[in-house]
Design a protein around this ligand. Structure first.
Ligand code: CA
Length: 156
């Protein structure tokens, strides 16, 4: 499985580590060191297949970035994995308003991160191809976007 991963993190050492690890796994990467940069890259072609988003950024919070991605026409269904330093942030990060697809708590192992990235990409891929038309705004704003396409969600 390949794809373009947008890394959003201001700790340059961690960015370098993530770039190396992801590229070794066959992914392409782009990196942003601020929230503003991330939002610009997110709407630049080719669009990222997944955003790896740190919670603590110098100009804005990762949750704000995630909310803006969810509000954007081109980015509302873009998978987001949040990186947080505090386990107690997790509820907020994956919560309804923020809309991240998954999260990892620092320090995380690269192996765990790769598994989560692949799991999120797998969940997203069939939903987009098999279930055209495009997801509704209501679906994209929930963090369990995969459930939108499922029978249970539709019959609700
Ligand atoms: Ca940071």
């Amino acid at each position: 499985m390949s794809g373009l991963i947008l890394i959003v993190e201001d700790e340059r050492d961690l960015v370098a580590t993530l770039e190396y690890a992801l590229e070794r796994e066959g992914f392409r990467t782009r990196s942003a060191y601020t929230g503003r940069q991330a939002l610009e890259i997110a709407v630049t072609d080719p669009a990222p297949d997944l955003v790896l988003l740190d919670l603590m950024l110098p100009d804005m919070s990762g949750t704000q970035v995630c909310q803006q991605l969810r509000a954007g026409e081109r980015t509302r269904a873009m998978p987001v994995i949040m990186m947080t330093a505090k386990a107690e942030e997790v509820d907020r990060v994956v919560g309804f308003e923020v809309g991240a697809d998954d999260y990892v708590v620092k320090p995380f192992s690269l192996r765990e991160l790769m598994l989560r990235i692949r799991a999120v990409l797998r969940r997203k891929a069939p939903a987009e191809t098999a279930l055209a038309p495009t997801p509704t705004a209501g679906c994209a704003s929930t963090w369990t976007a995969t459930a939108c396409g499922s029978t249970t969600a539709r019959s609700r």
